[in-house]
Structures are given as C-alpha cells and as structure tokens.
Design a protein around this ligand. Structure first.
Ligand SMILES: [Zn+2]
Length: 312
C-alpha cells in the first residue's frame, strides 16, 4: 500500500462508515458508528469529527500520511460541499459540512452527495467499470441516484443532479421529506415498501415488519408482501423508463441495503420498462447489482478527493 491515504466517509441517516483509502483504492481500518441525529447538530458533528480523528490516529500508527477527507453525505450537496437540503438528515439542511470538516480537522475536505460517491466508487472500482454511461440507484432508507455520463460523474450545474428518488411517480401521492408528493422514494425505499405492506393489508394483520422482514415473507410466498415489492418494482420501472428515455444509458446498478432484493423487484420493474421505455433505449440496457457493497461510498468519496487535490 502507498503511504498516502485519504479518510473516506459515508455519512447516512443511521450509520457513518469510514476507512483509510489509498490512491489506488485499497481500504484499511474499516470502522462504523451510529450517527444518532436525534441528539442534535452539535453532538452529531462532534461524533463525526471524533470519528475522523480516530482514523487519523490509526493512520499515524500505521505510518500513513493523510491527504484529506472525502465524505459522501445523505442530502443535496452543492459544488462547494455545503449541504443544501437533506430530506433524511434534516439537521444538516443548509450546513457547510465541507468547511466544518476542513476547519475542524485542518485537512483538505470534499463533501458530495452519498449516492454520487457510491456511483463514482462503482465506476472506478466496481460494477460500473464496463459502462461509459450508467445510473447507480441506491435502495435503502431513501432512494438515491448517481449518474456517470461518459465516465464522468454528472453533478449538474450546482450539484443537485441524479435525484431519481424524487421523481414524481404519483402526481398526488404520499408526502415526501423533500416537500413534494408521490416521489419514487416514498414507494421503493425500505420505509416505502413498509408503507406499501401496511396499506395493502399488513396493518390489519397487526404486524410491524421492516423491509427485510417483508422480503423474507415475500420469498415464503406471502401475497401481501409480494404485492408490496411488486408495487415498488413497478414504480422503479416507471422512474427508470423515464431516465433511460431521457439519457439512453447502458446500465443501471442497484446498490444499498435493499439491493439484495432485486429478485423480488425485477419482474414488475421489467414489465414496466417494457411498457414505457423505447425499445432502442431498453434493449441494450443492463440491470445489475453493484459490486462494492458498503465500501462503494467511501471509495468514491476518497477517489474524488484525490482527483481534486491532483488538479490543484
Ligand atoms: Zn421527494
């Protein structure tokens, strides 16, 4: 391993994962803590900087030099690393996280959207290496998206691109944390699938099951659980059809905690794609599982930090 590493961080609504990442994508000192946003912004930030300092001490013990911190954060992050809006982590709304990390740690820092970091990690080191242009869809607490166009991360004019989770799939559907209604995330995220299940009859059975529990019920043939996943798959197909008609991508990679349920989502998803996407946009399209699991975001964020430092 080279002596120069970045601290890579994947900061989500419930967990924060981090590691030391070399310039060629080797990972060491993998760690995870719970983020506990309910404790408020001050405590949340103290835990985050404490976590980074711990990784910095580990690097020192290993004789490694820290180049900086690359952090993927849940929310819309602008090109200066300020979190503009975080539907699943509201305490970071309008917070300059990049500046905070830079000053608090006295290190160069880069903050980008977490799903964008995952997409870039997969593009550099994972399941996206064979594609020029693809979408990474992260299915977890929310639904995130990251677009790679011609092997470059497309963040848009201000950093807000790729938000497939907030495509409206029901004009007046369920209210969303982003302020809109009927967003894909409300039907196809873990919580969305839970709500599908409850509304379809799960509530009458008096069962509170999380999305992973609903997945195992569906695999045992439970009709309500199957329909909850079919509904999520249908909305995903509707959203993806729109995106591929707009961008004619080569692939969609599924990442995040629910990507292991692709088998349950895929039948309804493909049916919807067949109904809605142009044949020319559908026939070359590959749907696949992402390959790097929980490491994708930290690898992507660290790699983008090295790229930025290299351009200076
Ligand atoms: Zn939304």
């Amino acid at each position: 391993m080279t002596k120069r590493v970045a601290i890579g961080i994947d900061l989500g609504g419930t967990n924060c994962r981090g590691a030391l990442v070399s310039q060629n994508g080797q990972v060491r000192a993998w760690r995870r803590i719970e983020t506990d946003p309910a404790a408020g912004l001050t405590v949340f930030l103290q835990r985050l900087t404490g976590f980074c300092r711990e990784l910095r001490s580990t690097a020192a013990e290993l004789g490694l030099n820290i180049a900086g911190v690359g952090c993927g954060a849940a929310g819309i992050v602008d090109l200066s690393g300020q979190v503009r809006s975080a539907p699943n982590l509201h305490l970071l709304d309008d917070f300059d996280l990049q500046g905070h990390l830079q000053r608090g740690l006295n290190l160069p820092a880069l903050v980008i959207n977490d799903a964008n970091a995952i997409a870039w990690g997969e593009a550099r080191y994972g399941g996206g290496q064979g594609f020029d242009s693809f979408l990474t869809l992260t299915l977890g607490t929310g639904v995130g998206g990251g677009l790679i166009l011609k092997r470059r991360l497309w963040q848009g004019a201000c950093g807000g691109a790729g938000e497939i989770g907030h495509l409206a799939v029901e004009a007046e559907g369920r209210p969303c944390g982003c302020g809109s209604h009927g967003c894909l995330e409300q039907y196809a995220s873990g919580q969305g699938i839970q709500q599908n299940f409850q509304e379809l009859g799960g509530a009458e059975r008096g069962e509170t099951v999380d999305s992973i529990g609903i997945a195992s019920l569906a695999r045992q043939g439970d009709p309500v659980a199957r329909t909850a996943f079919d509904l999520a798959g249908r909305y995903l197909g509707q959203g993806i059809a729109g995106v591929v008609n707009l961008l004619n991508l080569e692939g969609v990679l599924f990442a995040g905690g629910l990507s292991g349920c692709l088998d349950l989502l895929q039948p309804a998803l493909e049916q919807e794609l067949a109904r809605r996407a142009f044949a020319v946009n559908r026939q070359q399209l590959q749907l696949a599982a992402a390959r790097l699991g929980e490491q994708a975001g930290i690898l992507g964020a660290a790699s983008l930090l090295f790229d930025r430092l290299g351009r200076r």
